[in-house]
Write a protein that binds this ligand. Structure first.
Ligand code: BG6
Length: 289
């Protein structure tokens, strides 16, 4: 059953889109990929980054916003020719709920169930739901239910692209004390001691259940990334050469973004028994500094 008081209108590439404008925030969601592409709290610059080169088309992932990486994060676990980051971000989800309240908050829920196409890529029965709570904060909760008769394991991420004024001046605090896997070298590195700063391509999986905060001195704000049901936080900026290699990422756009992703990375997958479920969540909030 569908409950909605928010119209679905054509968006980029003709894909259906929800535009939610309230006193608290402006938000844009595509059922394609259950993808939040915009969240801009009142009196703030947009919090989410989307590439000017992003592709909005059936079957393609959207470069920016919050792609849902599921049921695997990174390369396909067994098939090198398989799509990276799973199929949730390129699937068409079903809109279940889209309601806006008088207090400026809104709630959207989308679901994706296994079908013949998903079972050829990943042979399991599931029901996936993304619940999105919108207001002065943005909360995403991705719930995986095992509707089959055997356990399965997933890795996953809410692959949040944050907008920053200048990556070279961006700092992340809250990762101190966490060990991390450097995905560029494969090395497991000892605890981060200082604030995280950026001066080259960065692709790290921090082993931590804690949230963190991004400080943006030019925009005079901190973006807090809280999370739950998550054992790892992925931090990514492609820098110059990798940005140039990606067709859907502008060559000069890398200084304006940083991904901070609430994840359960492949090194520590989540196993879900039949009839059981697991929720991965993240909440974004913004403070002026
Ligand atoms: C990050 C990964 O989460 O996503 C990177 O850690 C990857 O290794 C990046 O390059 C983007 O992936 P994709 O498939 O969207 O280009």
């Amino acid at each position: 059953m569908q409950t909605t008081n928010i119209p679905v209108i054509p968006g980029a590439g003709g894909l259906p889109r929800l535009l939610i404008e309230t006193d608290l925030a402006q938000t844009e969601i595509y059922p394609h990929g259950a993808h939040v592409t915009r969240w801009q709290p009142r009196d703030q610059a947009p919090v989410l980054w989307v590439s000017d080169k992003a592709v909005f088309a059936e079957g393609s992932p959207i470069r920016g916003g919050v792609p849902v990486c599921w049921p695997w994060f990174g390369p396909h676990p067994t098939n090198p020719a398989g799509k990276a980051h799973g199929f949730a971000r390129t699937s068409s989800w079903t809109l279940r709920t889209a309601t806006q309240s008088g207090d400026g908050s809104a709630h959207v829920a989308l679901t994706l169930a296994d079908n013949a196409a998903t079972r050829t890529l990943w042979p399991h029965e599931f029901m996936l739901e993304l619940a999105i709570d919108i207001g002065a904060t943005l909360t995403l909760a991705l719930t995986t239910r095992n509707t089959g008769s055997a356990p399965f394991a997933i890795s996953e991420a809410l692959h949040t692209y944050l907008s920053v004024a200048d990556i070279a001046q961006t700092r992340v605090r809250g990762l101190q004390g966490a060990r991390y896997l450097d995905q560029l070298t494969g090395a497991q590195l000892p605890q981060e001691q200082l604030l995280t700063t950026f001066s080259a391509e960065t692709d790290r999986v921090y082993h931590t259940q804690a949230g963190c905060a991004l400080t943006d001195p030019l925009l005079r704000r901190e973006i807090h990334v809280a999370k739950r049901g998550s054992d790892s936080t992925v931090v990514w900026n492609p820098w110059i050469a990798k940005a140039a290699r990606m067709a859907d990422f502008g060559d000069d756009e890398w200084p304006g973004m940083l991904c901070i992703e609430a994840a359960n990375a492949p090194g520590a997958p989540v196993t879900i028994a039949p009839g059981e479920s697991h929720t991965l969540g993240t909440t974004l909030s913004v403070n002026g500094t």
